[in-house]
Ligand binder design. Sequence first.
Ligand code: SAH
Ligand code: SF4
Ligand code: F3S
Length: 441
Amino acid sequence: MKKFYIETFGCQMNVHDSEKVIGTLESRGYSQVETPDAADLVLYNTCSIRDKAEQKVFARLQEFKKNHKGKQFGVLGCVAQQEGERIFEKAPHVSLVCGSASYNSLPQMLVQLEAGNKRVTGLSLDTEDTFETPVTRRDNPHRAYITIIEGCDKSCAYCVVPFTRGPERSRTAESVLAEARQLADMGYTDIQLLGQNVNSYRDPRGGMEFAGLLREVGRVPGLRRVRFTTSHPRDFGKDIVDAIDENPVLANFVHLPVQSGSTRVLAAMQRQYTRDQYMQRIEWMKNSPRSIALSTDIIVGFPGETEEDFQATLALLDEVEYDSIFSFKYSQRPNTPALRLQDQVPEEEKSRRLTILQEKQRGIQLRRNADYIGRVEEVQVEGFNKATSQWIGRTSQNKTLNFARGTGDGELTGQYLDVRVLRAGPNSLVGENTASGNALQ
Ligand code: SAH
Ligand code: SF4
Ligand code: F3S
């Protein structure tokens, strides 16, 4: 029996792709091992969103350059698609290079690898298929990902994804719903719908749009929480907020990447919305009766970003008061339109802006989280932290709420419990389970 090792970098799409790749390999008689040393086939599912992410896989491959006897190496995902056959030159011990748009052909590629072929590739982006496999390996028995749309048809000036994942392809609503029902039957209660831009979902058969699909998934019996990521503001309609308002199963958490608070920079980024249009969407959510938690992505130091533009982003943070943000220094990426832009922001200046931004956001999160003290929130229990002797819970708003309970409770993971919030930090809350009433030290 062949043994494989897989390491995954990058976003949730990649994490879930790996689950499907693992399922495909296992159904062909391969078994997964925990270290590359124990494996015959070593796979890296890679990310190329920023330069640092891309460098990781080459560092990994370098480790085995002189010491790869008896092993085969494969590079999957976004770096594979971006670098293609150049990977064979950079790392001659690699024998498989395959982008995400070619995963449906993995079984045939494995046959070629098994036959000793040294240069197996899957690099076409010319596909209308999505990667659906009856065999998906999921380690978490309570929470599962479902891909609803692959690829991206936007052309944000800084972004490699349209080049690494190809054009948008939506799955049929029928197959998404069948998977959601199957997962619910297996005991899953928490589902996350995935796509680079879920808002442009459109059922290739019936034409159903994202809000409709969300409503349908929210009605699948047995599901307690449904989330989705990621949303593009341009395609984010009020109907999505209406759907969340109507059904508490749809989690009150929305990730809506803004990238910049300056309309001028947004135009240079080719984001296709203005600051005002973005804020209108935020208003829809602020006006919702459900108190929807908000998170975002921000890039600092895009070419031409002035101090004034940066200040506009800081002011936006104050205006929106996000519950969390992911923030990055702009990184030049191959093939992207922004490569042509002059006026790069120096690296030290990007670092300065990032630090200021993150400090500001830390203060906002401290304030926002402090508002939860005294409230009772329902958490899904994710596990137990031995170091702190606390259970780890997650609220519908996607906040981590750790809590203690007396010993002898048995396994709580996967359960939904009410927890009273006692303390708040910038990144998590601490509380006690109201049923047991045990005080915390
Ligand atoms: N489809 C998602 C983006 C996925 S990439 C969306 O449209 O929101 C996740 C985040 O990485 C982006 O939102 C952006 O903030 C960041 N990012 C993408 N390209 C980048 C680059 N070249 N430099 C720095 N950050 C980048
Ligand atoms: Fe990249 Fe923009 Fe597509 Fe998101 S919407 S994946 S940032 S091109
Ligand atoms: Fe990275 Fe590809 Fe996801 S570039 S962020 S793994 S789509």
